[in-house]
Design a protein. Structure first.
Length: 174
């Protein structure tokens, strides 16, 4: 697995320990970056094949764990083994995967789509209990309309359904 940033290395260690040994590493004992132990935030972990093709992506838009180290660890393992679009990652594939970690800001509700920019902001669209999220600055997503439509499609929100839109920024690490 490939990635240079300490947050990415933590995600990689988490995935490799789970796939190779079926062990969930402990951030306090396994030397997670110290700043991750002091911080809480939503986080997404994305896995790509070396050719750039998506191989898994799972995350949380709000913190659900005691700290960001646990958030990244659990989302990294889930991206590798539980993304319903893909079969679980195998040990044989580990050397062919690049990992990125996105740390999300707290979502803020917007009143107008003019407040969006697909390069700068991710979006969350909500209609009743349906919720779809799309990270910012993704290849092939060049307009606000594309971004919203993809997020709506992910959530199963149909055209004409009333939606509430939130935006967020990310710290992206490769």
């Amino acid at each position: 697995m490939k990635g240079e940033h300490p947050y990415v290395k933590w995600a990689i260690r988490s995935i490799e320990a789970w796939i190779k040994e079926h062990i969930m590493i402990d951030p306090l004992k396994d030397e997670a970056p110290q700043e991750l132990l002091k911080r809480k935030s939503g986080a997404f972990v994305s896995l790509h094949k070396l050719n750039g093709e998506l191989r898994g992506c799972i995350g949380t838009y709000l913190p659900t764990k005691a700290n960001l180290a646990e958030e990244i660890r659990d989302n990294a393992i889930a991206a590798a083994t539980e993304d319903p679009r893909f079969t679980p990652l195998t040990q044989r594939e580990l050397d062919e995967i690049e990992v990125s970690v996105d740390i999300l800001s707290e979502p803020e509700r917007i009143s107008d789509v003019d407040q969006l920019d697909p390069r700068k902001y991710g979006v969350i669209v909500v209609s009743g209990f349906k919720r779809g999220l799309l990270l910012p600055d993704l290849p092939g997503v060049d307009t606000v309309e594309q971004q919203i439509n993809i997020a709506k499609r992910k959530a199963g929100i149909f055209s004409g359904e009333k939606i509430t839109i939130y935006r967020f920024t990310v710290e992206r690490y490769h």
